[in-house]
Design a binder for this molecule. Sequence first.
Ligand SMILES: [Zn+2]
Length: 369
Amino acid sequence: MWLSVGVFVAMPILAFTASVVSIKDIVDRERPEFETTLKETDFSAKSTLEPADLVRLGIEVKQDPTMGNKMEGDIATSVDEKPLSDAVRRSTRNAIRQTYRRWPNGEIPYTLSSQYGSYARSVIAKAIKEYHDKTCVRFVPRDPNRHADYVYIHPDDGCYSLVGRTGGRQPLSLDSGCIQVGTIVHELMHAVGFFHEQSRSDRDEYLDIVWSNVMKGADDQFEKYTNSVIDHLGEPYDFSSIMHYGPYAFSGNGKKTLQPKKGNAERMGQRVAFSEIDLRKINRLYQCPIRQIQVNGNSVIENQCRDENWRCPFWMLYDFCSDFEEIRFIVCRQSCGQCTTTFRPSKATKPQKKMFPLRRSIIGIHFDV
Ligand SMILES: [Zn+2]
């Protein structure tokens, strides 16, 4: 009996950890450089269920690749990266308050460098699919006849992006050390129009910046902006946002630079998946339509939270939800209990008890407009 269970469980473990990726499957700088777009085969590739060990391939991967050397780590200030005056720098930060910095109809044209290999293309596709599955933002292949403004994803130097639509061909860099789904989701969210979460005007209520531990010259990585610059979109401070710095961001001495004061900061700095608040904010910024269905006479938000692998119920039983963040927050959200429900009780019908078994299969994208 025990032997058969062991064999049964071992198969999914092997399937998750096996890796046959070579360094040229990530970035090959000897390839001629030109602009491409993702193909259906990139989206259907299974390689993201077998994450490559980038370090084993000799690639330098930072603890948090989004901690670069641009303004606020990974936010570029202009297309050509020339030093900017304070006034101009400030104007580049007004992304999400300025409607012209949003992408019309939530459609973000993109191209991709030909230097990415098949593995990198499939991981970038997986990150883009996260947006397509959970928001109404769409990354669409650039059509030169229609799209003057577009995002050019290429392996420049580290991971960085501009915030929102800046005009013309705007760079978004993902070098070899950035080819992880969560890191890419983070950079794409800058391009969608979001700053870092701890830049909010109310952040001092939630955390202390331990300035004595901050790396020399890195003070400006922790700027905060007023409400006139950043729109909170009616959402509370979110330590779990994929856009929040981790506790050791820009530390000069290995000690914490961010000290939470209140609230649940257990996942602060996670680079795994959108938080639910991240999703609500994106969907609100782009006025995504609410899709509702009726369940037992109650109006509920359509289910978009599901398992992506048939093995999820078994992985859940063997504690993989706790051991692997990717399983918990991306691959097996349903089995790992990450789906929540937003119910809008119908006037005609009282909520009934039997609706609760549905809790684990319905995500709460909910707008109070
Ligand atoms: Zn960032």
